[in-house]
Design a protein around this ligand. Structure first.
Ligand code: SF4
Length: 352
């Protein structure tokens, strides 16, 4: 059984029952924290437990790991990880340091079904959902590394659409936040979504104060449809009312694409959507080179667009691109590695 796929209380209860059949059940208080609170890479490392118990735990509840395929460290401190999964799938996480804050951007799916035109993951297509443990393990692997440690913040902005994989993400949120799990405060965990309406409602109904970021990226139905096919199914006139169920601050993510969504009239339209909801707007530069045919808006223009929003009473933050010297945008590292593999295979074939 994979305890890491269970909620922390369910895992502790499973351990309690299993230990009670073998002797002192109270030992689960010593064993359960080694899953997430003081994690071990394998039971063998839990040297405060008797050797026979460690061997029995290893047999009954092996602790699966993600395999680090490669990592890249940017000059600005951004660190990207490419993780291998047991079936050969690969997903990315990105660690972004900002002062004392260490934000880990995690993946919820391998590939993505939603096909946003500005996104490298979207161009891969959908491969599969991640299991709960594979989502949480991206954080657990860092917690196991004495040099990195547990991140302070987690954002679901890596590969995949988290609300398309709701059941696994729902449980992963519990493990990330629960005091018996990784214990990361709900306000430090952000779910970023294109707006899968039925599951948006389920997220809003959770009592914890998880943050929500809506990948808006265009202020009108027609403009959004041109860059985000999801607009066909979950259009803005369905998504925006669903946001009213969130009794907490919402952020609109808005990637600035030259000539597509970055006119000052677009800023006016965006302000009209954000103001009634009290939403913050994050203006993001398009990651250069990530999308053929799309050009990033200039830094000066981002500032001007942000100032227009502010003048209309909407708080706007201009984000800078992180990890420009590595493949740090969502999906780029995996694409780059696969491209290198294809080139190498092609060269091998030519040599033969
Ligand atoms: S931006 Fe998000 S939802 Fe859109 S294709 Fe990329 S991963 Fe999928």
């Amino acid at each position: 059984m994979n305890l890491l796929d269970l909620s922390p209380p369910a895992a502790a209860e499973t351990l309690r029952q299993w230990l009670a059949e073998r002797g002192p059940g109270y030992r689960y208080r010593q064993v359960a924290p080694r899953l997430w609170q003081r994690p071990v890479a394998s039971w063998e490392e839990a040297t405060d437990l008797p050797r026979e118990l460690r061997a029995a735990l290893d047999e009954a509840f092996p602790l699966p790991r993600l395999r680090l395929l490669t990592s890249q460290l940017s000059k600005d401190g951004t660190r990207k990880f490419l993780w291998g999964l047991a079936d050969g799938a690969a997903v990315e996480s990105v660690l972004i340091p900002e002062g004392r804050r260490q934000t880990l951007c995690i993946s919820s799916q391998s590939g993505c079904a939603y096909g946003c035109v500005f996104c490298a993951t979207g161009r891969m297509g959908f491969e599969r959902h991640l299991a709960t443990w594979e989502i949480v393990a991206q954080v657990r692997e860092l917690a196991l590394d004495p040099e990195l440690g547990k991140p302070t913040n987690v954002v679901f902005m890596g590969m995949g659409e988290p609300l398309h994989n709701w059941d696994a993400v729902d449980r992963a949120l519990t493990t990330l936040n629960h005091t018996m799990g990784l214990g990361i405060g709900a306000r430090h965990i952000t779910v970023s979504t294109v707006g899968v309406v039925p599951n948006l409602r389920k997220l809003a109904a959770r009592p914890e104060q998880f943050r929500l970021a809506l990948s808006l990226h265009a202020p009108t139905h027609e403009q959004r449809l041109a860059i985000m096919p999801v607009e066909k199914k979950y259009s803005l006139d369905r998504v925006l009312p669903a946001l009213q169920a969130f009794k907490r601050r919402i952020t609109f993510e808005y990637v600035m694409i030259s000539g597509k969504n970055d006119s000052l009239e677009d800023a006016d339209r965006l302000a009209a959507l954000a103001a009634p909801l009290g939403a913050l707007v994050n203006l993001l530069p398009l990651h250069p080179g990530g999308t053929p045919g799309l050009m990033p808006a200039s830094a000066a223009h981002l500032k001007e667009f942000g100032a227009r929003l502010e003048a209309l009473g909407v708080t706007a933050t201009v984000r800078r691109s992180r990890g420009l010297d590595i493949d740090a945008a969502c999906g780029q590292l995996r694409v780059a590695i696969e491209r290198r593999r294809q080139v190498a295979a092609h060269q091998d074939a030519s040599v033969e």
